[in-house]
Design a protein around this ligand. Sequence first.
Ligand SMILES: Nc1ncnc2c1ncn2[C@@H]1O[C@H](COP(=O)(O)OP(=O)(O)O)[C@@H](O)[C@H]1O
Ligand SMILES: [Mg+2]
Length: 272
Amino acid sequence: MLLEIDDIHVHYGKIAALKGISVSVDEGEIVTLIGANGAGKTTTLKTISGLRSLSSGAVRFDGRDISRMPGHKRVLAGIGQAPEGRGIFPGMTVEENLLMGAYARKEDVSKELAQVHELFPRLAERRTQAGGTMSGGEQQMLAIGRALMAKPKVLLLDEPSMGLAPMLVQQIFSIIVEINRRGTTVLLVEQNAQQALQIAHRAYVLETGRVVKAAPAGDLLDDPQVRAAYLGGASGADLAAASDVASAEADDTSGADDTPEADDDAEEGTSR
Ligand SMILES: Nc1ncnc2c1ncn2[C@@H]1O[C@H](COP(=O)(O)OP(=O)(O)O)[C@@H](O)[C@H]1O
Ligand SMILES: [Mg+2]
């Protein structure tokens, strides 16, 4: 296993957020954590990247126990994270934001920059634009691109599709698949369970700080309990058909949505 968290307990003050979570991620996999708000998904990722400390349990990465390793060393060891809410630096340019992702590396990073530009041509076009003036979808791309600049072995993604127009959601999910195809292991947290299960190899369902189910992702798409709780009760096939309709509708109505971000995002989607 590349990454293993073993029976971890994490507290916020006296409140137990994680009550014994075990998750493993093998090299080359896309693994997804799904679950309702407050289930402990973000806390799990923060514990892996070293932003929260353990009350008990262990985090192992690449054959080492990293439970007590500081966060910046975990980045160097190969754990990259695009945090919830993106966390880009609004006053820095797109390119400066990307270079921040590689700040801890001494060697030349032009190769990584070229690869990020290849994955996200928009970031190349907008390299001198201030990060804070990019649209929601572009900022998400920037957050992922910045994490990739550190050449992670595993990429932790916290709700990358949050708040994005349907077409942008599709684009982000395709890029995650492509990042994985190029060799980066992915641990993906999503509330958009249907899409996450469609691209992941394996999945864990979290409820109030515990893992209540672990299975191949495809099995969970057809699991009656998972369908009822996280997929609106419809079958996987129904949902696939519904998402086709939804993206067709988004095509038709791209100019009708009155939020500037959705407008921009929808145009971006149709221009490809
Ligand atoms: N900074 C915090 N202070 C206190 N409690 C928190 C904090 N962040 C998260 N929690 C609590 O920890 C639990 C798990 O939260 P979180 O990991 O953010 O869940 P998720 O990402 O699945 O929505 C929730 O009960 C939440 O209220
Ligand atoms: Mg969260």
